[in-house]
Design a binder for this molecule. Structure first.
Ligand code: PHE
Length: 455
C-alpha cells in the first residue's frame, strides 16, 4: 500500500546521505571497537573487512534492488515482488529484528546523553582512568539514571518519526556527519600521540591469527551486518524512496566505505587510549565510555575549557549519529504496522515506541539489578545483542541474497542495477554470482562452524 505520508519521509534527501545516516552510528564508534577488543584486534578487523566485501556490499545492493523495485517498506516489499509465497516472512523477520535492536540500541544512545551532561558540567575533568571506570559502572548499574536518558532518547526518536521532521534532521546531519568525521580524526591523532600508545597501534595493526576462533568470525560477520544496517530491511525501506536516477552500486560502495572508515578510525582512538592508561581492550560495551573521556583528559586537560567544549561536541555528534540510526530502526516497524494493519502513522509509532522502551528498560536493568538473569551465560542485554546481530541479521541477509539472485526475474534485477540500461554496471555478473553462492554458503559455513565449536 502506498501513501503520501510514508513517501514524504526522506524523499528529498540524497540517497547516500540517508543510507549513511542509518549506517553510521553507535555500531561504528561503540560496538566495532569493543568487538575488536573482545576478539583480539587486527586479525578480527581483517575478517571484518572480508565480511563487508563478501556479504555487506552485495546484500546492500540486493536490499536496494528490492526496496526501489517494490516501492514499499520491507514488511510488504517481499510480498509485492513475490505474491502468495513464503518470502514475506523474510520481511517480517527483518521488522521484528529492527524492533528488538531499537530497544537496546536506545539504551546506549541514552548513555551518550549522560556523557553530554557530564562533560558539560565539567565532571570529566581531573579524573584518572580508574575514576572513569567506576563512574561508568556506577552510572550503568544505577536503576534510574540510565532509564531517564533512555526515555528522553526514545521520546526524541518518537517525535521525529511522528512529526516527520526528518528533513531537518537530515539537513543537520549533512553538517554533523562531516563534523563527526573531523573530530574523530582529531581524536585519533591525539590518541596516537599519548604515551604508551604504540602498544595499542600494534594491537590494531599486527594480526595475531592464533586469536581467530569461530566466535571471532561470527562476531565479524554480525558486526558487518549491524554496522551497515543490513539484514532487517532498513536500507531496502530507504531505497523505496530513492529516485530512478540513484545509482545503486555507487551508493552502496559509498556507504560501505564511509562506515568502514569511521569504524577503523574509532579503533585508532580507542586502542592507543586504552593501552596508554592500562585499560583492558576487552572491557566490552563500556569500552568507549571509559577510554574516550581519558583522551580528552590527557590531551586537553591543561586547558579545561577546551577539554569541556570538545568533549561536549563529541558526545553531541555521537548522539546525533545514534539518532539518525534510531530513526531508521523505528521507521521500519512503524511503516510496517501502518501499511499492513492500517493503523494511523501516529498510532503505529506509539506502539513501536512503547514496545521498544520496554525492551530498553529490560536491557538497561540487565546491566544492574537484573544482571543475575542469564541466557546462555549472557545477561539479557548481551543476549539480545547476540540474538539480533549475530543470528537474525545474517539469516535475513542470507535470504535476501537468495531472493534477489534466485527468485527475482533477472531482467528486473539487471534493470534496477543498471537504471534501466542507462548504466554499464559491469559488476552485475559478479554480483549475481556472489549473491547466489558465495554469500549464502559463507554465512551457512560460519554458522555451522560456530555450532561445531560450541559443541
Ligand atoms: N548501523 C547502525 C549503527 O552502526 C545500527 C543499525 C542497525 C541501524 C540496523 C539500522 C539497522 O549504529
Amino acid at each position: 500500500m502506498q501513501n503520501s505520508e510514508r513517501v514524504n519521509f526522506a524523499s528529498k534527501i540524497g540517497a547516500i546521505l540517508a543510507a549513511a545516516g542509518s549506517a553510521v552510528g553507535l555500531g561504528n564508534v561503540w560496538r566495532f571497537p569493543y568487538e575488536t577488543g573482545n576478539h583480539g584486534g587486527a586479525a578480527f578487523i581483517l575478517i571484518y573487512l572480508g565480511c563487508v566485501f563478501l556479504f555487506g556490499l552485495p546484500i546492500m545492493i540486493a536490499e536496494f534492488v528490492i526496496g526501489r523495485r517494490a516501492k514499499a517498506s520491507t514488511g510488504e516489499a517481499f510480498k509485492v515482488l513475490a505474491p502468495r509465497s513464503g518470502w514475506k516472512y523474510v520481511g517480517y523477520t527483518g521488522v521484528l529484528t529492527g524492533f528488538l535492536i531499537l530497544g537496546y540500541y536506545s539504551v546506549v544512545s541514552g548513555w551518550t546523553l549522560e556523557y553530554i551532561f557530564q562533560s558539560a558540567t565539567g565532571n570529566l575533568l581531573g579524573k584518572s582512568a580508574n575514576d572513569f571506570v567506576s563512574m561508568f559502572q556506577d552510572f550503568s548499574k544505577s536503576p534510574w539514571r540510565p532509564l531517564i536518558w533512555l526515555l528522553i532518547f526514545v521520546g526524541m526518536t518518537h517525535i521525529i518519526i511522528v512529526k516527520g521532521v526528518q528533513k531537518g534532521i537530515e539537513q543537520a546531519s549533512k553538517i554533523m556527519m562531516p563534523m563527526l568525521f573531523i573530530i574523530i580524526v582529531l581524536l585519533a591523532v591525539c590518541a596516537v600521540m599519548l604515551p604508551g600508545a604504540m602498544k595499542g597501534l600494534e594491537f590494531l595493526l599486527k594480526p595475531d591469527f592464533s586469536k581467530v576462533t569461530s566466535d571471532a568470525v561470527l562476531g565479524a560477520m554480525g558486526q558487518a551486518f549491524f554496522s551497515l544496517s543490513l539484514g532487517m530491511g532498513c536500507l531496502s525501506t530507504y531505497a523505496s524512496y530513492f529516485s530512478r536516477e540513484t545509482r545503486l552500486g555507487h551508493t552502496a560502495v559509498s556507504v560501505c566505505v564511509i562506515g568502514t572508515c569511521i569504524s577503523v578510525l574509532s579503533g585508532f582512538i580507542i586502542f592507543p587510549a586504552a593501552f596508554s592508561v592500562g585499560i583492558q581492550p576487552d572491557a566490552g560495551p563500556s569500552l568507549i565510555f571509559i577510554t574516550i573521556p581519558n583522551v580528552f583528559q590527557q590531551a586537553f586537560g591543561s586547558v579545561p575549557v577546551f577539554a569541556c567544549i570538545s568533549a561536549v561536541l563529541f558526545y553531541i555528534l555521537l548522539a546525533m549519529a545514534a539518532l539518525t540510526s534510531t530513526i531508521s530502526l523505528h521507521e521500519v516497524p512503524t511503516a510496517f504496522l501502518h501499511e499492513k494493519f492500517g493503523f494511523t502513522r501516529s498510532r503505529a509509532a506509539w506502539i513501536v515506541t512503547i514496545g521498544s522502551f520496554l525492551i530498553g528498560v529490560v536491557s538497561s536493568l540487565a546491566l544492574g539489578d537484573w544482571s543475575d538473569v542469564k541466557i546462555g551465560g549472557m545477561n539479557l542485554f548481551d543476549a539480545l545483542d547476540f540474538l539480533t546481530a549475530k543470528i537474525m541479521l545474517p539469516i535475513t541477509g542470507m535470504f535476501t541474497a537468495l531472493f534477489v539472485s534466485w527468485k527475482l526475474d533477472k531482467k528486473m534485477v539487471r534493470d534496477e542495477v543498471t537504471n534501466r540500461g542507462t548504466l554499464k554496471a559491469s559488476y552485475y555478473p559478479a554480483l549475481i554470482f556472489i549473491l547466489r553462492y558465495i554469500t549464502p554458503i559463507g554465512i551457512l559455513f560460519i554458522f555451522i562452524n560456530e555450532l561445531g565449536w560450541l559443541g
